[in-house]
Design a protein around this ligand. Structure first.
Ligand SMILES: *Cc1c(COP(=O)(O)O)cnc(C)c1O
Length: 495
């Protein structure tokens, strides 16, 4: 039976998985959700004998029911290959009795690779299935991690082009170098003189420009989006939660049916929502612990039932979690509202008009498997140092937020459930923050200068993603004014 998708803001329109992937966002502004979350149809015991790719197939086939077995397996083969520096794809590393699920072994050493290495293949397959002849142009605004992961994923994928805009003075040195050295004849990277919000607004304006869409179409192009609200990014993320459980089972750490906790460093609520979907599919989960940095909108939400983004935006050492509007939370709201699209719409409208909404006590009760926590900059730095001193293992700043939140949680609750922390980035990506947390003497030294030192101190090899950009040629050096973003796109596509 075909699993259909509908918008969180209206129950009327139903689309197939491939159509939802192509569209990204529903026309009414809502997010696509499956009509119901499918149940695993093989036992976790059986999955515990499978590889990552086999697990990916077992999970994804239940969501993407209009893909044939051959199509889906082909996408999985192309995604989880030698781009990952370990055959396990997502190793589980135990330190001090806690399990770190390392999601950073892909091409750009952040967890975005888990979904963005497969999305291009899901998208091109979806285009074929729906008889779309146009070349798909991915337009992305990035504050750092997403841009590079999307570039790496789409580079040289037939039938696609990717154009990334980033704030010229708003990303880290390593992040910029990662992007401007990107190879692939279908890739373009452009710095803008404005900030991330300007880049985001410019991209949105192009998406909504009907005249531009017509011109594009007459030249054989159409836009699509690779951002984290695309169901094609959510579904691949469910896989590693199922896989992590099955690994613990295979290693005899847990018994079949034993509940575990997942702790997830959270920004846009995509990663932890995938864990919630895994739980709904049948993975035995006790608590989903949502870890925030000082931008603790979600912590307050889980405490009070009030989502309130009216507050200062704080720049932290975990920039990928510096977010005040967690887009994917809308999918949880829809679920706990009893799949009521009107109620969801109302709350999302309040978020737009007043920056704030409140859920009912009944809804709050339905999300009691979530626990919110947060760590400030000081606590995050202390966590990096503590884990390093106790074990020699070096956490990145995002993972450290989660690790600190979990340390607190365990002390407070004495919950002894086996716990997996989603480790979302390699420490090499945030070298300065990580190294100065371990030793003050590294303060103020730039990321590149600390790479060798970090390698020595952590006894790990410098990831290819870092070593190759050190000496790589700059291939993209266009910088434009915010108001000229569309002109740049027209130039690239020769419109
Ligand atoms: C994107 C990102 C996050 C946040 O993930 P969400 O799915 O947006 O909640 C956390 N850590 C790192 C390193 C990231 O790149």
């Amino acid at each position: 039976m075909e699993l259909m998708y509908q918008s969180t803001r209206s129950g009327q329109v139903k689309v197939t998985a491939s159509q939802a992937i192509l569209k990204g966002l529903a026309d009414d502004g809502g997010l696509f959700v499956p009509e119901s979350i499918p149940q695993l149809d093989v036992s976790l015991e059986a999955i515990s004998k499978m590889s990552y790719k086999e697990t990916a197939y077992e999970v994804m086939k239940l969501f993407l029911t209009d893909f044939t077995e051959a199509e889906l397996k082909n996408c999985i083969e192309k995604a989880y290959d030698k781009k990952f520096d370990t055959g396990e794809i997502v190793p589980l590393t135990e330190k001090e009795g806690v399990y770190y699920l390392e999601l950073f072994h892909g091409a750009t050493i952040a967890f975005k690779d888990m979904a963005l290495s497969i999305l291009p293949h899901l998208l091109t397959t979806s285009a074929k299935k729906n008889n779309i002849k146009n070349e798909i142009v991915i337009l992305t605004a990035t504050s750092g991690d997403t841009g590079k992961a999307a570039l790496a994923g789409f580079a040289d994928v037939d039938g696609t082009r990717i154009i990334v805009f980033y704030p010229k003075n708003g990303v880290s040195k390593i992040q910029e170098k990662q992007m401007v050295t990107q190879k692939g004849s279908n890739t373009s990277v452009i710095g803008i003189t404005g900030n991330f919000d300007d880049a985001q607004s410019g991209v949105k304006a192009m998406f909504n420009n009907k005249k531009l869409a017509e011109v594009m179409n007459s030249h054989g192009y159409q836009f699509s989006s690779a951002n984290s609200i695309n169901i094609g990014r959510l579904v691949p993320q469910v896989v590693y939660y199922v896989y992590a459980y099955s690994r613990l089972l295979a290693d005899g750490v847990i018994k079949d049916g034993e509940k575990i906790n997942f702790v997830v460093p959270t920004g846009n609520f995509g990663n932890i929502l995938a864990a919630y979907y895994a739980k709904n599919m049948g993975v035995p989960v006790n608590k989903l612990i949502c870890a925030s940095n000082e931008n603790k909108v979600l912590f307050d939400f889980f405490e009070t039932g009030i989502y309130d983004k009216n507050r200062d935006f704080i720049l932290t050492s975990s920039p990928s979690m510096d977010i005040l509007i967690s887009s994917n939370l809308e999918r949880l709201i829809y679920k706990i509202a009893g799949e009521d699209a009107d109620a969801t719409s109302q709350m999302m409208n309040l978020l737009t008009s007043q920056g704030k909404y409140e859920i009912t006590p009944d809804m709050k009760e339905k999300m009691n498997c979530f626990i919110g926590g947060w760590a400030d900059e000081e606590k995050t730095a202390v966590e990096i140092k503590t884990v390093y001193n106790n074990t020699g293992y070096v956490l990145d700043t995002h993972t450290a937020v989660a690790s600190a939140v979990y340390r607190d949680y365990r002390q407070k609750t004495n919950d002894l459930s086996v716990t997996v922390i989603a480790s979302t980035a390699s420490p090499y990506k945030f070298g300065t923050s990580v190294m100065s947390a371990i030793d003050e003497k590294y303060k103020g030294i730039d990321d590149f200068a600390l790479i060798d030192e970090l390698s020595k101190l952590s006894h790990t090899n410098i990831p290819k993603a870092i070593s190759e950009i050190r000496k790589a040629d700059i291939l993209h050096n266009t910088v434009c004014d915010t108001k000229d973003m569309q002109k740049e796109v027209e130039k690239i596509l020769k419109l």
